[in-house]
Ligand binder design. Structure first.
Ligand code: ADP
Length: 192
């Protein structure tokens, strides 16, 4: 079976990272979370991590060149051979184009976009309650990330909506396990 590449989209706090983790525990896919990759680099104090932190701590996007290069490297690792779930990537139109190109170089493509829908007010409540010690979970940075989400959506989603049937929506304002059932029903048929 050829690899399956899936993108999870949604506002901060929509639970896409949680769902991606659950899916990758059960199916032979890897989670590629650009936020987590940046945090891992920062933890290891790599030059990339220290550079990314300048942007992340402000709630700003890390420049495309850095982000795309990091995803390219990650995709070259052998554990991606069955496919991946992109979580938090792409966030710009150029990242979306770059992802298409990266997957085309692998003779593959993006097979599905799962759009996690959540009212902004619920998103705000969840982030305010989140206690993971992330430096970007401060109230003013949370507000910026929430405000920027609409622009991110506008720059990324039209690219995918142009492909009929590619985007599947999931109501993210429900319990984790209920959402997970819907997510698995969508993804399982794509994975051998
Ligand atoms: P959340 O979705 O909860 O905001 P993430 O862990 O996905 O958190 O991302 C945290 C931060 O990492 C973002 O605010 C941004 O600074 C940086 N980041 C993550 N993914 C990208 C990306 N694709 N492009 C640019 N910056 C990114």
């Amino acid at each position: 079976m050829s690899p399956a590449f899936i993108m999870f989209f949604g506002p901060p706090g929509c639970g896409k990272g949680t769902q991606a983790k659950k899916v990758t525990d059960e199916l032979p896919l890897v989670q590629i979370s650009t936020g987590e990759l940046f945090r891992k680099h920062l933890g290891e104090k790599t030059p990339l991590g220290l550079e990314a932190q300048k942007y992340m701590s402000q709630g700003a996007l890390v420049p495309d060149e850095i982000t795309i290069g990091m995803v390219r490297e990650r995709l070259e690792e052998p554990d991606c051979h069955n496919g991946a779930i992109f979580d938090g990537f792409p966030r710009t139109g150029d990242q979306a184009l770059a992802l298409d190109n990266l997957l085309a170089e692998m003779n593959s493509k993006l097979h599905m976009v799962v759009d996690f829908e959540l009212p902004i007010e619920i998103s705000r409540q969840r982030l305010m309650a989140r206690q993971e010690g992330r430096t970007d979970d401060k109230p003013e940075v949370i507000e910026k990330r929430l405000n920027d989400h609409a622009a991110i959506e506008a720059s990324v989603m039209p690219h995918y909506h142009a492909h009929k049937g590619l985007v599947k929506t999931v109501d993210a304002n429900r319990p984790i396990d209920v959402i997970y059932q819907d997510v698995m029903a969508l993804i399982k048929p794509l994975v051998g």
